[in-house]
Design a protein around this ligand. Sequence first.
Ligand SMILES: [Zn+2]
Ligand SMILES: [Zn+2]
Length: 286
Amino acid sequence: MITDIYGNKWYKGNLHTHTTDSDGAKTPEEVKRLYKDSGYDFLAITDHWHVSQAENYEGMLVLSGAEYDWSKDGCYHIVGYGLKEEPKLVKSDLPQKYIDEIKRCGGVATLAHPAWSLQRPDKMVQLRGVDCTEIYNSVSGYPYSPRPYSGNLIDVATVMGFRATLTAADDTHFYGDETGRGFVYVKAGELSEEAILTAIKKGDVLATNGPFVTCGIEDGYFAVRCEKGCRYVQFFSANYFNPDTTTTGGTVYEARFKIKPEKDRFVRAEAVDFDGKTAYTQYYYL
Ligand SMILES: [Zn+2]
Ligand SMILES: [Zn+2]
């Protein structure tokens, strides 16, 4: 847990995790031990087609979850967590049914690793009720796959009307060193299932590979603060001719982007630290 300069608490969690209950290499007990010992505040265990049990593991909040995959006409992996009951799903159900059923069971529905899945923006905008999507998914990266980052794809979908909270997850299977390379900080008043799920649905989330930043719109600017300093900050919007999308030079503690609402339409930022690790802010829609 991090307390920011404004006194807000940000809880650290992984929202996409595999165990021997599907194709992961460690048992649920080993996985909970590992994340607890690594300083995580919460964890969603999301095995393929297997609903995990919610529990309090020595003070770490464990959310009930599962991942439902579909690959016929396109590839959709829908992760659900915070489930209050077991979704009634079979593999022949359509991806929209996965989302609807996760929501009926009180869960948060995430469109996982859209770049890895070669998702199409025109298909993404047709999905209803998506709460989150992963801008970064560790196991979709080197050396297992070449597409851990989905930001460009989600930007195009966002221009077309797609709306979802951005998350990062390691999606660990314990193949090698993917564990811990993507996670979230969630801003909440307390560490409880209700507070964490409500905050995620509101978008009070920072997706990251490591760095922590805060951000907000102030006096017509989108401002990003890197408390420990970053190498550079880049801003993303729907406007391709933007002169001031990168702030760099020395150590960057604060970066500001002048908003041109009629052209930008949305703004988000990525802050990259001196280890090459990135923090990904949420979208601000203009
Ligand atoms: Zn998946
Ligand atoms: Zn997965």
